[in-house]
Design a protein around this ligand. Structure first.
Ligand SMILES: Cc1cc2nc3c(=O)[nH]c(=O)nc-3n(C[C@H](O)[C@H](O)[C@H](O)COP(=O)(O)OP(=O)(O)OC[C@H]3O[C@@H](n4cnc5c(N)ncnc54)[C@H](O)[C@@H]3O)c2cc1C
Length: 387
């Protein structure tokens, strides 16, 4: 077993940490207030190669190993989780399925502008009546000549209105269940795509999230991901991979909450001593540090396993479940450490508490992760000791 990072992983950590702390962190509070999407930061991240992290160099990307990618997301989330989620969606739920399921012609056409950050990407899975139960989606498609024509409503779409390319799931016939579903790459810059006003969210306020209506939106036949009827499999494979990005996002937010809590607990004096010296606070900080370390290594190990190939559904669901639930507990206690000040927008833990909340919801809720793990356990053959 080798727990050392590679030179590349160390270099990515150092480069993204520097960028996140010097450029991303300073404006995070203001962006949280205004909800302004940080185009300037995305342009700078494009120059650093952070917008093509999962895409091969042949298609304009900087293809990193999975752990390097997670390290980059973790460092960005420490500074501003809104920025981290935009980068994560653009890379891992848009470019990743195109890299793995698109034809060479499609990759040549859409990946270079995405990977170079000239345009942004996203994914449209969720609908008003189909969230966790993705197989029940209602957006339909039909073939017309050399195109597919898509109609329906999508909901909660990150980067809607600002991204050009979206991976979209639609069904040929709802009665076919998951076997009727196909995955496409949609160019959102067309008449058939209408974007609702952005959602007014609890957190991640400078990440844009909106509903989208597709009215006879057109997709060239070459924009299929996999074959017709394989869209559900494409989505599950994508989520197995991308969930680790959300785990990494949670790690970054939790580390920020722990760092802020430590600093405050050493400075704040009550009953004549810094509150870190009151055992109730000191022990809880010790638990936060320990649980965060466990979540981090569960996530890193899942990434390592994914790099070896093979089945990663269970390990990636475990990492997402544990890292996001742990991060929520850590941010919750961080507010407690700050007392009344933790409830004020003047202190960072208030934003972290709101930003972290959604990590147990999107890209599969904690309940969905438990379903994935339980199904994998059902298939596992185990031996128990005799009585
Ligand atoms: C900020 C934000 C950004 C998002 N970005 C995107 C995006 O870019 N693209 C996209 O496609 N989607 C996106 N989503 C949608 C997100 O993935 C869904 O909200 C999520 O999958 C849950 O679906 P739902 O909201 O419909 O909840 P539901 O599926 O209705 O679930 C409601 C509750 O019931 C529970 N539940 C449901 N079924 C079961 C069951 N069988 N057993 C036990 N419990 C169950 C759930 O765990 C949850 O607690 C985003 C959401 C948010 C909030």
């Amino acid at each position: 077993m080798d727990f050392r990072f590679t030179d590349q992983q160390r270099m990515i950590r150092q480069m993204v940490r520097e960028f996140a702390r010097e450029r991303v962190a300073p404006g995070a509070r203001q962006r949280d207030e205004t909800g302004q999407f940080p185009w300037d930061l995305f342009r700078q991240m494009a120059e650093l190669g952070l917008l093509g992290m999962v895409t091969p160099e042949a298609y304009g990307g900087s293809q990193l190993d999975l752990l390097s990618y997670l390290i980059a997301i973790e460092e960005l989330a420490w500074a501003d989780a809104s920025v981290a989620v935009g980068v994560s969606v653009h890379n891992s739920v848009c470019q990743w399925p195109i890299v793995h399921f698109g034809s060479d012609e499609l990759k040549q056409r859409v990946l270079p502008p995405l990977a170079r950050g000239e345009v942004l990407g996203g994914i449209m899975l969720t609908e008003p009546d189909a969230g966790s139960d993705l197989a029940s989606l209602s957006t339909t498609y039909k073939r017309v000549g050399n195109e597919f024509v898509l109609s329906g409503s999508k909901m909660w779409i990150t980067n809607a209105g600002i991204a050009k390319y979206f991976v979209v799931l639609a069904t040929k016939d709802k009665s076919l269940g998951h076997r009727g579903i196909t995955a496409f790459v949609l160019d959102a810059e067309q008449e058939g795509v209408q974007v609702d006003p952005p959602e007014k969210k609890m957190g991640l306020r400078s990440s844009v999230t909106a509903g989208v209506t597709l009215e006879e939106a057109r997709v060239p036949a070459g924009n299929l991901l996999g074959e017709e009827g394989q869209g559900f499999k494409v989505a599950l494979a994508t989520l197995d991979h991308s969930r680790l990005g959300i785990a990494a996002q949670a790690l970054g937010i939790a580390q920020a909450a722990l760092d802020a809590s430590l600093q405050y607990a050493k400075e704040r004096v009550q009953f004549g001593k810094p509150i870190i010296q009151h055992q109730a606070i000191g022990f809880r900080l010790a638990d936060m540090d320990t649980e965060l370390e466990a979540a981090r290594w569960l996530t890193y190990r899942a990434a390592w396993l994914a790099e070896q190939g093979g089945q990663v559904s269970r390990t990636s669901a475990q990492a997402k479940l544990f890292a996001t639930e742990t991060a929520n507990r850590i941010c919750n206690f961080a507010v407690q450490v700050f007392g009344g000040y933790g409830y004020s927008r003047e202190y960072v833990v208030e934003r972290l508490y709101r930003d972290v909340r959604v990590t147990t919801v999107y890209e599969g809720t904690s309940e969905v992760q438990r379903m994935v793990i339980a199904r994998a356990l059902e298939r596992l053959s185990t031996t128990a000791p005799e009585a």
